[in-house]
Design a protein around this ligand. Structure first.
Ligand SMILES: Nc1nc2c(ncn2[C@@H]2O[C@H](COP(=O)(O)OP(=O)(O)OP(=O)(O)O)[C@@H](O)[C@H]2O)c(=O)[nH]1
Ligand SMILES: [Mg+2]
Length: 302
């Protein structure tokens, strides 16, 4: 006698060039902001897990840093982090935006994914709200010519289009398994890391050129203030690579830093449901993206 459908649980990694919408897509599927996003390439710097709870399955989305030709030691570390993730998941989601021509970078990644023989690859055409029907149709065709995919699906995270279809396709590729995380848990990221990321997201808004890449944020300490259970103290450091960058992020009379602090504080309060006092300082860590010792200190290991 059949016992009805089994529960499925497992991991689906989103992989693609920087800025194609991987983190936004994970957040939309999970239904909350697990990973920060920005209009600047190379926003994600770690492998981040977000959990989708369904009656029939637990789908753990693994968001990865955008794969790119590295120009710094940090870039090299991030790429090898992504490549190591490829063999550790049940299904891969290869993300390509609907509104940009397919390039060398996409081809390189498609080849890398195809080489992981045992893992099915679902091609995901992202940002479909930014493309016409005709453009989407063309892109689906172009993607299908890149490699053999298990499925190809057009989606829009911002327009909430076809997200259920994508979740179904990924879930179908998971093994039968009991849940891997307890109900309701949306990520296994430590709170301190989520807070540091929200601060970095606030800093990224409004800076440009090379500056976004030069910014790192570390929470040194956080906890409820003594005798004030309703107030959380957060002590954080923002690192930049040069004195000139420090002047930019601080702004005239500290105006920019103040603005960033206030935006980050609101986000942290929304996340933790508590009032927050944020002490945010700026330090220079010279050329940290190229320095193994400083990378280790900032949490990027080899
Ligand atoms: N219009 C539209 N914009 C999107 C969509 N998905 C992502 N974006 C935007 O694209 C930009 C990049 O999104 P991210 O989710 O940070 O991209 P990513 O692939 O995670 O980038 P990296 O972490 O740098 O690799 C942001 O400005 C997003 O708001 C979408 O479905 N529609
Ligand atoms: Mg990202």
């Amino acid at each position: 006698m059949s016992e009805g459908p089994e529960f499925r649980a497992g991991f689906a990694a989103f992989v693609g060039r920087p800025n194609v919408g991987k983190s936004t897509l994970m957040n939309a599927l999970v239904g909350t902001k697990v990973a920060i996003t920005s209009s600047k390439p190379q926003t994600t710097r770690r492998v981040i897990r977000g959990i989708v709870h369904r009656p029939d399955a637990q789908l753990v989305i693994v968001d990865t840093p955008g794969l790119h030709r590295p120009r710094t030691l940090l870039g090299e570390r991030l790429d090898s982090l992504v490549l190591a993730t490829l063999t550790e998941v049940d299904v891969l989601g290869f993300c390509v935006p609907a509104n940009e021509p397919i390039g060398k970078g996409d081809r390189f990644i498609a080849e890398k994914l195809a080489a992981v023989k045992k893992t099915p690859v679902v091609a995901v055409v992202t940002k479909c709200d930014l493309a016409s029907r005709e453009q989407i149709a063309k892109q689906l065709l172009a993607v299908s010519e890149l490699a053999e995919f298990a499925d190809i699906v057009p989606v829009s995270a911002v327009g909430d289009e076809q997200l259920d279809v994508l979740a179904d396709l990924l879930t179908a590729r998971l093994p039968e398994s009991p849940p891997l995380y307890v109900g309701g848990v949306l990520t296994d990221e430590p709170e301190q890391v989520l807070v540091a990321e929200l601060i970095r997201e606030a800093v990224l808004e409004g800076v440009r050129d090379e500056l976004p890449h030069s910014i790192a944020v570390v929470v040194d300490e956080m906890g409820p203030r003594e005798g004030r259970e309703d107030l959380l103290d957060v002590y954080a450091h923002m690192f930049v690579e040069r004195d000139s960058q420090k002047a930019i992020v601080i702004g005239p009379k500290g105006s920019r830093l103040k603005d960033v602090g206030s935006r980050a504080r609101h986000q942290i309060e929304a996340l933790l449901g508590s009032r927050v006092f944020l002490d945010l300082r700026v330090s220079v860590a010279k050329e940290w993206q190229r320095d193994p010792k400083q990378l280790r200190r900032l949490g990027f290991y080899d």
